[in-house]
Every structure is written in structure tokens, then in C-alpha cells.
Write a protein that binds this ligand. Structure first.
Ligand code: NI
Length: 185
């Protein structure tokens, strides 16, 4: 089922998601919904809080844009190691049409459970997948990419998002932003 993606600012996007006690059929259904919602929005990653579910679950599919990648679903992911530094132009499905440079670790190692509840490790990931992992784990802690920007940039985007939400509420279709072609996380 495709869910509505919450648009920032929204108090639910600022909350810390709870650890999943057991990977059961409800969690697998949530994972399926996250993939379906992400693909419908043509995104690269999506975290459960973005659809209003405060559970530590995320999905990423960097495969169309990064060689060697496959779709991944992570439950209770933990960033266990990081090194290096990279600046990446990031977008977010909860901040449509916007993209800004964010400083991230260049390489990350993440441990999590997969959709069957088995422990997995993604070792020394780099490129888009590394950025996506950091971006989505941030979502689970109530942090968005806009929180990594200057106050001035964040407030400009906040005003644009408020206008966008108002236009949507009035039934107007928003024009594609110039960041529309960038992958949203
Ligand atoms: Ni995002």
C-alpha cells in the first residue's frame, strides 16, 4: 500500500523512532509498504517516520544509480563505524523539490536486522548508498538533511514547504522544483 509521505515541517518527523522488538509479519508488511511508497515517489530511500510510523525501519534502493547495489530493508540499523568526509547534494522525499550540499562520512559500516530478522552488516559502504544510509538513519532519530544546513537556508526552505503544503491543501498541483531530477532520500 502506498502511504502519504509527511512533508517537513511536521512534528512527527522530529520524533525519535522506537526499536522494533521482533521482525514479524507486521514489520514485513511495513517494509513492503515503504518500498511501494518509495518507488511511487521515485525516491532512493525512505524511513518509516516519513509515513508517520515511529519504528526503526528503513528501505533503500540505490541500484538504478550505483553499480553493484540491490534493494535493502533494514530494521534497527546502527552506524557502527565511519571514516572520511564527503559533500553530497541531498534531496529528501519529505522536502520535495529541494536539494542542498550536506557533509557526510565517506565510508560507513551499518549493522541491522534484515526482513527475516537475521543480523546483517553492510561493511565500508561508499557513494550514494553510504549517504543514503546516513540520511535514513538520521530520519529514525528525528533529524532531516535541513537540520545540517545553516539557519538561513533552513528558514528559506521552511517557507517554501509551508507554501507547498498550502497549495496542496487548496488542491493546486505544485510545479516540479529544479531539484526534481536529483535522487530523493
Ligand atoms: Ni529523507
Amino acid at each position: 500500500m502506498v502511504h502519504e509521505i509527511l512533508i517537513w515541517p511536521d512534528p512527527r518527523l522530529k520524533e525519535k523512532a522506537r526499536p522494533v522488538p521482533a521482525v514479524d509479519t507486521a514489520i514485513r508488511a511495513l517494509i513492503d509498504d515503504l518500498f511501494e511508497t518509495m518507488y511511487a515517489a521515485e525516491g532512493v530511500g525512505l524511513a518509516a517516520p516519513q509515513v508517520g510510523v515511529l519504528s526503526r525501519v528503513l528501505v533503500i534502493d540505490a541500484s538504478p544509480r550505483q553499480e553493484g547495489q540491490t534493494p535493502i530493508a533494514l530494521v534497527n540499523p546502527v552506524l557502527v563505524a565511519s571514516r572520511g568526509e564527503i559533500v553530497w547534494s541531498e534531496g529528501c522525499l519529505s522536502v520535495p523539490g529541494e536539494a542542498e550540499d550536506v557533509k557526510r562520512a565517506e565510508f560507513v559500516t551499518v549493522r541491522a536486522l534484515d526482513r527475516d530478522g537475521r543480523p546483517i552488516e553492510i561493511s565500508d559502504a561508499s557513494g550514494l548508498i553510504a549517504v543514503a544510509l546516513q540520511h535514513e538513519i538520521d530520519h529514525l532519530d528525528g533529524t532531516l538533511f535541513v537540520d545540517h544546513l545553516s539557519t538561513l537556508k533552513r528558514e528559506v526552505i521552511r517557507r517554501r514547504m509551508k507554501r507547498l503544503k498550502q497549495e496542496r491543501a487548496e488542491g493546486k498541483t505544485a510545479p516540479e522544483g529544479d531539484a526534481g531530477a536529483r535522487p530523493a532520500l
